[in-house]
Design a protein around this ligand. Structure first.
Ligand SMILES: Cc1cc2nc3c(=O)[nH]c(=O)nc-3n(C[C@H](O)[C@H](O)[C@H](O)COP(=O)(O)O)c2cc1C
Length: 297
C-alpha cells in the first residue's frame, strides 16, 4: 500500500520526514511554505524549504493566494530539487483564510482555476493539490474543484474530507473521497483519521483511492509506515535516530522544541506519560529532555 506522510506545519520537518521515509513512507511532502515569504527571502522560510538529499522524492507544499507569487515560489523550489509542488487548499487558520489562502481557495473556484493554470505553466515537475471537502456544510464542492483541477493539468489530488468549518473535529466523511475518485481520472490520495493499517486498508476499499496520507496517526508512531507491527527495540532505534537527526539538522532552539514535542508524542502509552510530558516541556536542554524520556521508557 502506498502510505504517505501528511504535511503538518511545525512537525513534518526534515528529521521527522526522514524517519518516516526510513520506516517505509512513500512520497514525502514538506510542511506548508508561505510562498511570499519564500520569494522575499525570509530566513526562517528558507530553513523550512530545505530538505536532505535522502528524503527525495519530496514535494514542497506552497501556501498562498497570488498566482504570480505562487508561480515564482514554485519555480525556485523546482530549481533547487523539488520533485513536486503541492498547493495548500486546506489550511483553516483564520488569519490565513482572511488573506484568501488555504481553505479560502475552496470557496473561490474561479481564482483557484487561475492559480492552477499559472502554477501548471510554471513548473514541469508534478503539480498536486490538497483540498478539503469544502468551505462549510452548505458548500461541499470537492468534486467541482477536483474537476477544475484535472482540467487545468493537476497531476494528483489529496482529499481531507472535512470542511473548513469542521477544522479537525468529528469523523472525516470518507464518502467524499469516493465521490472525487469517481469524478476524475487523476490519482486521488485519501486522508483523514487513519490510525493504523486496518484503517488504511479500509480507506482504500471504501473509496478506491490510489494512496493513503497519514497525519496525526504518525505522531509518535512513524513506524505506522512499516506495514507491520514493530517491536519495542525497533521503536527505540527509530526514536534514537530521530533525536540524532533533530540535533544534527536543526538550529539549537528549534531542536529543543522539536525534541520536546516528538518525545512527548513518543511517550503516549508509557506509564506516567502525563507527568512525563509536563516534565519534558519544562526541561531546558536537549540532553535533559532525552535523559528524562529514556529514564521513563
Ligand atoms: C499540527 C498539524 C499541522 C498541519 N499542517 C498542515 C499543513 O501545513 N498543510 C496541510 O495541507 N495540512 C496540514 N495539516 C492537515 C493534515 O495534513 C491532515 O490533512 C489532517 O491532519 C487530517 O489527517 P489525519 O487525520 O491523518 O491527521 C495539519 C494538521 C495538523 C494536525
Amino acid at each position: 500500500m502506498d502510505l504517505r506522510l501528511a504535511p503538518m506545519a511545525g512537525v513534518t520537518n526534515a528529521p521527522f520526514r526522514l524517519v518516516c521515509r526510513e520506516a517505509g513512507a512513500g512520497l514525502l511532502t514538506s510542511e506548508e511554505i508561505d510562498a511570499r515569504a519564500l520569494v522575499e527571502g525570509n530566513a526562517r522560510t528558507q530553513v523550512i524549504a530545505h530538505c536532505l538529499p535522502e528524503e527525495r522524492p519530496i514535494a514542497f507544499q506552497l501556501l498562498g493566494g497570488d498566482p504570480d507569487v505562487l508561480a515564482e515560489a514554485a519555480r525556485r523550489l523546482a530549481a533547487t530539487g523539488a520533485d513536486g509542488i503541492d498547493l495548500n487548499m486546506g489550511c483553516p487558520v483564520s488569519k490565513i483564510v482572511a488573506k484568501g489562502q488555504g481553505a479560502a481557495l475552496m470557496r473561490d473556484p474561479l481564482r483557484a482555476a487561475v492559480i492552477f493554470r499559472t502554477l501548471r505553466k510554471a513548473v514541469d515537475v508534478p503539480f498536486t493539490i490538497k483540498i478539503r471537502s469544502g468551505w462549510d456544510e452548505r458548500t461541499v464542492n470537492a468534486v467541482e474543484i477536483a474537476r477544475i483541477a484535472e482540467g487545468e493539468g493537476v497531476d494528483a489530488i489529496t482529499v481531507h474530507p472535512r470542511t473548513r468549518s469542521q477544522q479537525y473535529t468529528g469523523r472525516a466523511p470518507w464518502a467524499i473521497i469516493r465521490e472525487v475518485v469517481a469524478a476524475v481520472s487523476v490519482p486521488v490520495v485519501g486522508n483523514g483519521d487513519v490510525r493504523n493499517h486496518a484503517d488504511a486498508s479500509e480507506l482504500v476499499t471504501a473509496t478506491g483511492c490510489a494512496a493513503v496520507m497519514i497525519g496525526r496517526g504518525a505522531l509518535g508512531a512513524p513506524w505506522i509506515f512499516a506495514g507491520e507491527p514493530v517491536d519495542r527495540e525497533t521503536r527505540a532505534c527509530i526514536i534514537h535516530r530521530h533525536c540524532a537527526l533533530i540535533e544534527e539538522h536543526l538550529p539549537p532552539r528549534d531542536a529543543l522544541v522539536q525534541l520536546k514535542k516528538h518525545l512527548a508524542w513518543y511517550s503516549t502509552g508509557l506509564a506516567g506519560s502525563a507527568r512525563l510530558r509536563t516534565a519534558l516541556f519544562q526541561a531546558e536542554t536537549p540532553a535533559a529532555v532525552q535523559e528524562m524520556f529514556w529514564g521513563n521508557w
